[in-house]
Design a protein around this ligand. Structure first.
Ligand code: GZL
Length: 339
């Protein structure tokens, strides 16, 4: 009898363990993509929703990759964490999507998961920011911005704003630098341009520098701290690496009653050229806007269609981007902008 009970208990234990294992495997189980769908299934991994620009990119991709256009889009928001994006890409692989579009929060750390996508024969399109990988074959094509060129536009503007005098003497230019997410292509390119300018102009000085994470809240906090440490009369330029940071800087200056922008001796530079920032520019609060174009959905659809036709994609496609001062702007122009 005792032997029988032992066997029964052992059998029950094995059944419970097997059931627990089955449950665990369910945790990573994802809905397989409907096998017989005629739609092209695209997994889209965004780093987050940190800025108005980012939301505009998401909207542009969603508007382009519709079922009417022949696509099933699966959108994932990485909540500003690379680990989440890597998890999302693995989910796309398990779901058996046809393409992965990745807007990488930072440039490095993607080799392993891109190798997994390659092993699964899923082409990866990088958009917006770029990746730095051991082998460029790990992604099919890049569609996005040339951030070094964006930074150069900002520096060119500053060089015109602060020219040498008739004897060639360069003015002293004190700069507050509010960086974007460290390690992102946008931050690397825009910061690099300023670093090169500081090497070129010995009288240009960074009096304060910190990372605003491309957000209004963090930039406002940084600017309030800067104003505790640096006299506002000693600040000639605030170099904001996106419009949300510029909005935070303006809020901090307004709270402190410090005039800024056109005719005040405190020049504000920003990147993205969102509608709200262009309104700041039109009213003189921001002196110079470098456009960073988030309307990448149509470019990406064209790239997927090209690959579907079996054609080879160019490795890099840089999208058209401009720059603005108040003289380029009218309320009607701003109103017509898509973001
Ligand atoms: C640039 C993009 C940046 C924007 C920010 O392509 O990666 O990220 O400039 C956004 O507004 O947060």
């Amino acid at each position: 009898m005792f032997k029988l009970r032992n066997t029964f208990c052992l059998l029950m234990a094995l059944i419970v363990i097997a059931a627990l294992c089955a449950c665990n495997s369910q945790e990573v189980q994802v809905d397989d993509v409907d096998e017989d769908t005629s739609l092209i299934v695209v997994g889209f991994s965004q780093p987050g929703a940190e800025s108005a620009w980012r939301v505009a990119l998401t909207d542009s991709v969603k508007e382009a990759f519709t079922e009417d256009a022949g696509f099933k889009l699966i959108y994932k928001d990485g909540q500003s964490k690379q680990d989440n994006q890597i998890r999302d890409i693995r989910t796309f692989i398990q779901q058996g999507v046809d393409y992965i579009i990745l807007s990488p929060i930072v440039e490095t750390g993607w080799d392993t998961v891109l190798e997994e996508a390659e092993e699964a024969n899923i082409p990866v399109i990088i958009c917006d920011r770029n990746v730095v990988v051991s082998n460029e074959k790990l992604y099919t094509t890049f569609v996005g911005s040339d951030f070094s060129e964006e930074g150069k536009k900002a520096v060119d503007y500053l060089e015109k704003e602060f020219p040498p005098d008739s004897e060639g003497n360069e003015p002293e230019v004190n700069i507050v630098h509010i960086q974007g997410t460290l390690g992102s292509s946008a931050q690397i390119g825009r910061s690099k341009a300023l670093e090169l300018a500081l090497e070129k102009h010995e009288n240009w000085n960074v009096v304060a520098e910190d990372c605003g994470e491309f957000t209004k809240a963090k930039a406002k906090e940084i600017m309030k701290q800067v104003l505790r440490e640096v006299r506002s009369s000693d600040i000639d330029v605030i170099y904001c690496e996106n419009d949300d940071e510029a909005a935070g800087v303006i809020a901090a200056l307004d709270d402190a009653g410090i005039p800024h922008g056109e005719g005040t001796g405190m020049t504000i530079i920003s990147f993205d050229a969102t509608r709200k920032a262009l309104e700041f520019c039109l009213n003189g609060d921001i002196n110079f806007e470098v456009e960073c174009n988030p309307l990448q959905g149509p470019y990406l659809v064209d790239m997927v269609k090209l690959l579907e036709r079996g054609e080879s994609a160019p490795k890099h496609t840089y999208i058209d981007e401009g720059e603005f001062t108040k003289d380029d702007l009218t309320p009607e122009f701003i109103e017509k902008r898509k973001y």
